[in-house]
Design a protein around this ligand. Structure first.
Ligand code: AMP
Length: 219
């Protein structure tokens, strides 16, 4: 039997929206993912396995060929870069915005802005494009705390409802990018495994189109 196709899924919030979409596309885990500490799962499809990993690790797995395809937020892809990856399909799930944000009612002041974020590459690019001098500070969580603690003037973070910002006396400022979840495919796999990958991609494309009948061409 040939080597299984490995499909890498992002854990957490994205996974909850990915599994119903995969089911619509006829791809289902052989057992419930949340009832187990396993990380590698069989599916209803012969020779297709799922791995469930941290969202930030998905581009690395797919880029290096440990996984043939994966599901990753555009935020993660913008931060990581997409060398070695194809991005054939916008899955149109987990929609949110990557934004700058600061303390409510306070305009960004200093000539050289201090910015706390886990998206350091995105932030550096964004402020450079705006011609704003920025000192970018890498944090791994609770970004909203940084301006309150005087660690930063501004943050760059994901905003969905805006509730997290509001709850901490902060408000969104500038939009950096609209984010949705994307299908990514390893470039070498796309060539070597074309006949096995294309039906999966087309099933997913169809499922996305059925769910988004008004949307223009997908992906
Ligand atoms: P909200 O309070 O609804 O604006 O959600 C903001 C927080 O939820 C952010 O700090 C993110 O960490 C997380 N979040 C919301 N939507 C997403 C998403 N699509 N992908 C990853 N994280 C998200």
């Amino acid at each position: 039997m040939s080597k299984p196709l490995i499909f890498a899924l992002s854990k957490g919030r994205i996974l909850e929206e990915t599994l119903p979409l995969l089911a619509d596309a006829g791809i289902e885990p052989a057992e419930p993912l949340d009832k187990s500490r396993k990380l590698l799962f069989d599916t209803n499809l012969d020779n297709v396995k799922l791995v469930v990993i941290r969202a930030v690790d998905v581009p690395t797995y797919v880029q290096l060929g440990a996984a043939d395809l994966g599901v990753a937020g555009r935020d993660v892809l913008l931060e990581h870069g997409v060398d070695g990856l194809y991005e054939p399909l916008d899955l149109r799930i987990s929609r949110c915005r990557l934004m700058t944000a600061g303390i409510e009612g306070q305009a960004p002041g200093r000539a050289r802005r201090r910015v706390a974020t886990k998206f350091v590459n995105v932030a550096r690019r964004y402020y450079a494009e705006q011609g704003i001098q920025a000192e970018v500070i890498k944090l791994y969580g609770a970004m909203e705390l940084a301006p309150l603690m005087n660690l930063a003037d501004e943050i760059v973070d994901i905003v969905d409802t805006g509730n997290t910002l509001r709850a901490n006396g902060m408000a969104p400022r500038e939009l950096i990018a609209d984010i949705t979840t994307r299908l990514v495919v390893n470039k070498a796999s796309m060539t070597m495994q074309h006949e096995r990958l294309m039906p999966l991609i087309e099933q997913l494309r169809h499922a996305v189109e059925v769910r988004n009948p008004d949307a223009s061409a997908v992906g």
